[in-house]
Ligand binder design. Structure first.
Ligand SMILES: Nc1ncnc2c1ncn2[C@@H]1O[C@H](COP(=O)(O)OP(=O)(O)O)[C@@H](O)[C@H]1O
Ligand SMILES: [Mg+2]
Length: 333
């Protein structure tokens, strides 16, 4: 189990069909998550975050591609096996408190319930429920009814409920969407503690880009594909003297290439540099330079190409491909 990622999505496609309408929610999404990783997923509304979580949790099936979780190829599981996978391997935390917990039961009863349903009633279940409530910081709220708890406390119970049957995967879909930012911060902290304590691979969907501070890695989804990734590096200490020392988080931001080598250039950068339908790739000292190309330039180049047709052998290729070609020719000659 140590070889390979815990989660592997390869060219995942999901098309939602409503009557005659087809909505492509995921369009060739590639993702790898390590065992025990705490991953944030951000993206605009409608970008496909919930669809991805539902597929990983076995609530929905993809239309094409591959999705493997803990060595199980989810596409190959029968309906019965997929239900068993969802019940035994996955814990869910939703945005709406009401979907997570039962209001007329106590915190303790809420956490015990999934264990009872799975046939583990009795002392062991009670012991684990107490341990989990302790782990989410609610040991003094065991006997409170859910209706008596604040929104943040209800989500803590929800997290304990999700972990009751010791899943290997914890999925949270905007768990802090209805909480103020301080409470949200505390909830992220709970996820972080539990991820470390139980080694459960945890995926948290969020609207909030600040989640990058709370998790190991954040991936951004845009239009049903992975667009970027932010990795938090060990904090660097800055400040002139020891007293002024500030622990600053350092983030590395990457653009993500899909399996075919496609790369998405963020809209802001495209606008800033006037890059539209076409770009020229030029080899540069430190990497590849992506330059704007005006439509007229393309048309002019095509017109010139037409005039010299027949002399194609002499044609000069500009850009990266031409550069690669000339390098190859040089190394041969
Ligand atoms: N059950 C469904 N039936 C039809 N369309 C859906 C369904 N679920 C999601 N969609 C559509 O798929 C796209 C992605 O939705 P979703 O995964 O919910 O995005 P997000 O969670 O990032 O807001 C949206 O265009 C949404 O309208
Ligand atoms: Mg959603």
């Amino acid at each position: 189990m140590n070889e390979g990622p815990f989660i592997l999505c390869d060219n995942l496609v999901k098309i939602h069909k409503i009557a005659d309408l087809e909505v492509v929610a995921l369009q060739g999404l590639d993702l790898e998550v390590k065992q025990g990783e705490l991953l944030g997923i951000v993206g605009a509304s409608g970008s496909g975050k919930s669809t991805l979580l539902n597929i990983l949790g076995g609530l929905d099936r993809p239309s094409a591609g591959r999705v493997v979780v803990g060595g199980r190829d989810l596409l190959k599981l029968s309906n019965t096996a997929l239900t068993a996978y969802r019940r035994t391997q996955v814990g869910f935390v939703w945005q709406q408190g009401a979907r997570n917990v039962i209001p007329y039961l106590s915190s303790l009863a809420n956490v015990e319930l999934p264990m009872i349903l799975a046939g583990h009633a009795g002392g062991a279940a009670r012991k684990r429920a107490c341990e989990l409530l302790d782990a989410v910081g609610l040991s003094d709220r065991r006997n409170h009814y859910l209706g008596m708890l604040s929104g943040g406390e209800q989500q803590r119970v929800a997290i304990a409920v999700a972990l009751a049957n010791a899943p290997s995967l914890l999925l949270a879909d905007e768990p802090t969407g209805e909480l103020d930012s301080n409470t949200a911060l505390a909830i992220y902290q709970v996820f972080r503690d539990l991820c470390r304590k139980y080694g459960v691979t945890t995926l948290i969907v969020s609207h909030d880009p600040k989640i990058a501070r709370q998790v190991d890695r954040v991936v951004a989804i845009r239009d049903g594909k992975l667009a970027g990734e932010t990795v938090r590096r060990a904090p660097a200490v800055t400040g002139a003297t020891k007293d002024q020392a500030v622990h600053e988080d350092h983030f590395e931001e990457y653009a993500v290439l899909d399996s075919a080598g496609r790369l998405q250039i963020p809209k802001e950068l495209r606008e800033q540099y006037g890059i539209k339908e076409r770009a020229r790739l030029e080899p540069a000292e430190a990497g590849i330079l992506v330059k704007a190309v005006e439509r007229q330039q393309v048309e002019q180049a095509a017109a010139e190409g037409g005039q010299t047709a027949g002399g194609a052998a002499k044609a000069e290729h500009r850009g990266v491909l031409g550069w690669l070609k000339s390098r190859r020719q040089k190394s041969r000659g």
